[in-house]
Design a protein around this ligand. Structure first.
Ligand code: NAP
Length: 245
């Protein structure tokens, strides 16, 4: 389905990004696995994909504007194109707003929101010239509905939705799509870090009565990056077991 396409997935060494990279490679895309801290895991994923498909790793902190420019430039230089950009890298620094430290607000915005801007900003001129491309931004149901204890995270993910819609409008005339995915509670290291009681309380509110898997999200990314979704842009699709209904 994605043969001949070059994809960049940020934060792809582990969690949702790892599953997204695997799924895109399975469908024939050449995948650039971006990592920040998880070099070994990114390399092991590239080796795993290498048995059936093609992949490369690229270390870069997405909150760094210049480094993102270099990453996108190197990808274009080495592989000649970029067709799929998945902005998945993200962090949490939870706490009640009354006690939230300024650096925890800034760090979450810098990675979750500005990180997505950084890659889109640098990739957009290539995509515009190419007259094709799919951008998929990983937001969150916290960005759709808000969440107590996550003012910074919810603000960043709501920002990603605004970014997605504006970029979709700017790039649509050249056939480039930009959509957001809003996962609910997905089983990864991010949710492993939540207190069991908070997880249980949230799980009880999920109509489908289970946490989501990384593959639930990855398969939607594959669809949005494919020709089947070429008439879908500027949308926010929740993968959340119905919790945001
Ligand atoms: P995770 O397991 O904690 O993984 C986070 C990923 O982000 C890692 O691959 C990490 O890379 C990367 N990352 C963090 N800071 C980075 C930076 N400065 N530059 C580049 N990469 C960076 O989290 P996850 O659950 O897979 O989350 C993936 C995305 O889904 C995030 O945007 C998250 O907000 C969103 N999401 C998750 C859930 C959920 O329930 N899990 C729900 C809604 C939305 P390194 O390890 O290499 O640093």
């Amino acid at each position: 389905m994605l043969e001949g396409k070059v994809a960049l997935v940020t934060g792809a060494g582990r969690g949702i990004g790892r599953a997204v990279a695997k799924a895109l490679a399975r469908e024939g895309a050449f995948v650039v696995i971006n990592y920040n801290g998880s070099k070994e895991r990114a390399e092991s994923l590239a080796a795993e994909i290498g048995q059936s498909g093609r992949a490369a790793v690229y270390g870069c902190d997405v909150s760094d504007f210049e480094s993102c420019g270099k990453m996108i430039g190197d990808i274009i230089g080495r592989y000649g194109r970029l067709d799929i950009l998945v902005n998945n890298a993200g962090i949490t620094r939870d706490g009640l707003v009354m006690k939230m430290r300024e650096e925890d607000f800034d760090a979450v915005i810098a990675i979750n929101l500005k990180g997505a801007f950084n890659t889109i900003r640098h990739a957009s001129r290539y995509l515009l010239k190419q007259r094709s491309g799919s951008i998929v931004n990983v937001s969150s149901v916290s960005g759709v509905s808000g969440n107590a204890g996550q003012a910074n995270y919810s603000a960043s993910k709501a920002g990603v939705i605004g970014l997605t819609k504006s970029v979709a409008k700017e790039l649509a005339s050249r056939g480039i799509t930009c959509n957001a995915i809003a996962p609910g509670l997905i089983e990864t290291e991010m949710t492993d870090a939540m207190p069991q009681s908070a997880k249980k309380a949230l799980q009880e509110q999920i109509p489908l009565q289970r946490m989501g898997s990384v593959d639930d999200v990855a398969e939607l990314v594959v669809f949005l990056a494919s020709e089947y979704a070429s008439y879908i842009t500027g949308q926010v699709i929740c993968v959340d077991g119905g919790i945001s209904m």
